[in-house]
Design a protein around this ligand. Structure first.
Ligand code: HEM
Length: 124
């Protein structure tokens, strides 16, 4: 199954597929398993996040920066590169090319700003 449009259906397809791959990954799996107890809750939150980011639904009310700073020792450059590689792979497989590209561009920018925020936090 693949999604042709940038809509809630695409997000519902993408988010669980992405985290299934992340959990199976040797580098990222242990980081997520030690941080997340309630996977249905995490997946629902991340669907809200992507819905807010891509469709301006306003459903996500959280703050990604402190959530990552909490785990900053585990979030190496390599971990971010791996996260983005799995994101690219999953979006390319599940979404139409233009839709995949939009999700990839957005994730690249957010990953960059999370990394900058963490760098700033480390240097304080
Ligand atoms: C939350 C790991 C990159 C978006 C989390 C949490 C973990 C995590 C462990 C749960 C935090 C907690 O509740 O204690 C990672 C790792 C990454 C990564 C290992 C890459 C190395 C990203 C990127 C994005 C993102 C690139 C966005 C494009 C989010 C959001 C939350 C979250 C929205 C929920 C924050 C909240 O509680 O409101 N991440 N993350 N993450 N992550 Fe990431």
């Amino acid at each position: 199954m693949s999604a042709c449009y940038l809509d809630e259906t695409a997000i519902d397809l993408l988010v669980p597929a992405f985290y299934a791959r992340v959990r199976a990954d040797a580098l990222l799996g242990p980081i997520f398993e030690s941080a997340i107890d309630d996977w249905p809750h995490h997946l629902a939150k991340l669907k809200d996040f992507w819905s807010s980011v891509m469709l301006a639904s306003g459903r996500y009310k959280g703050q990604p920066m402190p959530a990552h700073i909490r785990h900053e020792r585990a979030l190496s450059k390599e971990a971010f590169a791996r996260w983005l590689a799995i994101w690219r792979e999953t979006t390319d497989e599940l979404l139409a090319p233009a839709v995949a590209r939009a999700f990839q561009d957005k994730a690249d920018r957010i990953a960059q700003s999370l990394q900058l925020g963490m760098q700033f936090y480390r240097e304080r």
